[in-house]
Every structure is written in C-alpha cells, then in structure tokens.
Ligand binder design. Structure first.
Ligand code: AMP
Ligand code: MN
Ligand code: MN
Ligand code: MN
Length: 294
C-alpha cells in the first residue's frame, strides 16, 4: 500500500480548468462516458486516454455499468489497461457522498438489478425536477429532456442541456443558471434517494470491487470517514483537479491513518465538463491492485 504523499509528482492542476505541468503519466481513475453524463462514448474515451499518453483509465459512470463492456473491449483491442468502475451517488444528510468502485464484477445480476432500481429512481427524481421547474414558470417538456440522453441514465446535466436546447436559458458560461435552477439550493432541486451511503460501499464490496471515497475536497467535512471505513471503504480520491496542495497533504494523512489507498482522477466529462483527461492522476503502480484488462 502506498502511503507517501508525492506532492512533488503532483501531476495535475489544482483548480478547475487549470491544468498543471505534466511530469510523467499515470492513471486517470475517474471518467464519465455517454453511459452517464459524459460526451464521449466509452470507446472514444479509451482511445483519447491512449492518445494522451496515460498508463491506464478507469471508466466510472454515475450509477451505470452500461459502458463497461465496450470500454474493456476497446482497451483490449488497443492493448491499453482499462479498470471497470462505477461512481455511486448518495446523500448523507446535507452532504453528497460519492463512492467510486474499482475492479467490480459488473456482469453480476445482483448489481444489475440494484442499478436498474437506481436508474428508475433517478428517472422519477428527474420528472419531479421538471415538475418543480414548471411550478416556477419554466415549461420544459419531458421529451426534450429524454432527447438529450443516450441511454437510460438521467441526471441534472440532461435537464440543464434540455433547458439550453429549448432556449429557456442562455449560454451560461459560469453555470449560474445551473446553480439557480438545479443546484443543491436551486428552485427545482430534488435530493438523491437511490441508495444509502454505507449501502453503496457494501454493494461495491459485494461484487468484489474496491470502494473509494470520491473528491473529499468537495465535501463540507470528513466526519463520516471512520464509519465508511467500518463499512469497508478501501481508498480515498486524494488527487482531484480542484484539490489544493494543502488538501492533498491532509487527505494523504487521513488515508495513512485509516489504511486507505490513495487514488486520483480528473472526473472528465468530455465537452460536458470542465476538466481535461489526465488533469489529475493516480500512480501507475496502483494498477496491480485494481482489477483491469491489462
Ligand atoms: P445528478 O447526479 O443528477 O445530481 O447530477 C450531478 C451532475 O451534474 C454532476 O455529476 C456533474 O456532471 C453535473 N454538475 C454538477 N454541478 C454542476 C454545475 N454547477 N454546472 C454544471 N454541471 C454540474
Ligand atoms: Mn457528472
Ligand atoms: Mn462525483
Ligand atoms: Mn464523477
């Protein structure tokens, strides 16, 4: 297990959209494809990662494993390591807690069935948000929202995109409209009710995956960490585009204290997001511990 905190090989920018100097390549363990809310297909994403010179990639779509067959297949064809992953969204009180899972057995029926229920619950939530928009005087058709999805998965980015396509909001370069309508305190926001936080950790364990707490720097506090560890958490996403060097040092200390792996990734969403592929990375040696096709 790796516990030193390599700030010197802090191979990424430390704020949104500000890529740093790339010293050497590692793994990008946090990416999204069209199977959730990214703009590249799983195959395009793997090809882009190889072209960028990364040593490997994990596909971690929100609440979906639909892109994994294609990502693994293309990775094998290109002889490029791909780790099958997922990112589960949970709410814990006022805090959004995202749990990444690596090396999961994604074809298992128990996982598929649970994800189907999660996706159905997401659809109900999205319909509720469209309804709340309507009550606020914003008439967005459900068909317009669905037209922007490429699979069953639906989330706030699809509603936001449909609002733009329907001319209900403008360019919104600072994403103020997103916050106003769909942000946590926005007029149409509805919380996630799909899966409990500890349940998410246990679900990943139940399909032989490695559960990791995503972007701790986006949380208001980390008091949940000891409990997550009791439920089987195995890693902390220390390297993340918006994490500052002092946050990284703090998360390294927490990881050491609880015996957690140090992971990292860019949270790349293609043109739907604000980060570059490889903007934050994890050390290549980690590949031995995460089940990949490589
Ligand atoms: P959901 O999972 O439905 O709650 O949607 C959350 C997703 O919305 C995140 O994964 C991001 O891709 C996207 N997102 C979150 N905040 C913003 C923002 N301020 N502007 C644009 N997209 C955002
Ligand atoms: Mn997203
Ligand atoms: Mn997340
Ligand atoms: Mn993500």
């Amino acid at each position: 297990m790796r516990h030193e905190c390599p700030i010197s090989s802090f191979r990424h920018g430390c704020s949104w959209g500000r890529p740093g100097v790339v010293l050497e390549m590692g793994l990008d363990l946090h990416t999204h494809s069209t199977a959730s809310d990214g703009s590249l297909t799983p195959g395009e994403l793997v090809l882009a990662a190889k072209r960028r010179g990364l040593d490997g990639l994990a596909l971690t779509d929100h609440d979906s494993v639909e892109g994994l067959d294609e990502a693994i297949r293309v990775g094998t064809e290109l002889e490029f390591p791909v780790v099958p992953g997922i990112e589960l969204t949970t709410d814990f009180g006022d805090e959004e807690v995202h749990i990444l899972g690596y090396g999961i057995q994604w074809r298992r029926l128990c996982l598929r069935e649970k994800l189907e229920r999660i996706i159905a619950s997401r659809e109900e939530r999205a319909r509720g948000m469209v309804e709340r928009l309507k009550r606020a005087g914003i008439h967005l058709s459900w068909e317009a929202v669905r037209a922007g999805t490429s699979g069953k998965f639906i989330g706030r980015p699809h509603i936001y995109h449909a609002m733009k396509e329907s001319g209900l909001i403008g360019e919104d370069p600072l994403r103020k409209s997103f916050e106003y309508y769909l942000g946590k305190h926005g007029v149409a926001y509805l919380p996630h009710q799909e899966i409990g936080t500890f349940e998410a950790v246990e679900l990943i364990r139940s399909v032989e995956g490695i559960p990791v707490l995503a972007h701790p720097g986006r949380m208001t506090n980390l008091s949940i960490l000891p409990k997550l560890c009791q439920h089987g958490l195995a890693g902390l996403e220390v390297y993340y585009p918006s994490h500052t060097p002092s946050q990284i040092r703090r998360f390294c200390r927490s990881a050491k204290r609880y015996g957690l792996l140090l992971t990292g990734g860019s949270d790349y969403h293609g043109s739907n997001g604000r980060t570059e592929l490889g903007e934050a990375q994890a050390p290549t040696e980690l590949l031995n511990q995460l089940r990949s096709n490589g």
